[in-house]
Design a protein around this ligand. Sequence first.
Ligand SMILES: Nc1ncnc2c1ncn2[C@@H]1O[C@H](COP(=O)(O)OP(=O)(O)OP(=O)(O)O)[C@@H](O)[C@H]1O
Length: 249
Amino acid sequence: MIGFKDISKTFNTGKANQVNALADIDLTINKGEFVIVVGANGSGKTTLLNLVAGTILADKGTITVDGTDATKLPDYKRSRWIARIFQNPLLGTAADLSIMDNFRLAALRTQAKGLTIGKTASFKKQVQEKVAALGMGLESKLEQPIGTLSGGQRQALTLLMSVMDECKILLLDEPTAALDPRSAKTVMSMADNLIKQYGLTAILVTHNLKDAGQYGSRIIHMEEGHVIRDVSAGEKLKLKQTELFEWFG
Ligand SMILES: Nc1ncnc2c1ncn2[C@@H]1O[C@H](COP(=O)(O)OP(=O)(O)OP(=O)(O)O)[C@@H](O)[C@H]1O
């Protein structure tokens, strides 16, 4: 569960260019919920994700994760349970390292088990099976530098790496914005499957209203630092695609 209680974030306080990026946000995201966040440019969506990830801290209010106060917890202390996928498929993996070594690095990041992690036959087998399950034929390329793959393939592997360990929360910040339509579809449906399979709590920021209609269990609409619509799972089922477009009319 992620709880925002009275959260505000202002940038450039007291200056001419002051921005109230988030104002008095009260929001509870339940365990296993897949929340889609939509809103115009500058409405505060990424700031919301940054506050969950801990890359920025709130000026006011409290953030809890599974009942633990995380308000002042720096990002490196949250990385064990929070994974984040960015718009740029080149972020999150090391281009010159093989696919397998990238999986090893990811496992080292989240598991405090020393440098032997990722060296065992069972680790390799596990990676091979999970990669094969993606259905992209990448299991035969595990020793190839990850930088030689396409953006879509790389984003799919980044996703898989980030959820394989102890991750409980997945933050997706426009993960398909840099991909061609076919790769975008593959990565989104993969993300959806992984979220269900691993029982993750997930937040997707997107400008793609088709994805917003198709995926997720709840939609939050932001405007100027406020949540102006919060559509529950039941209401979302009845929501028509045209209505979603009308919000931005
Ligand atoms: N580090 C920062 N310093 C100054 N202003 C910032 C900073 N980060 C965000 N802002 C401002 O806060 C507001 C909210 O930004 P945010 O990135 O959260 O919006 P967004 O809804 O994610 O936008 P987009 O859809 O364009 O990515 C914007 O006006 C932005 O310019």
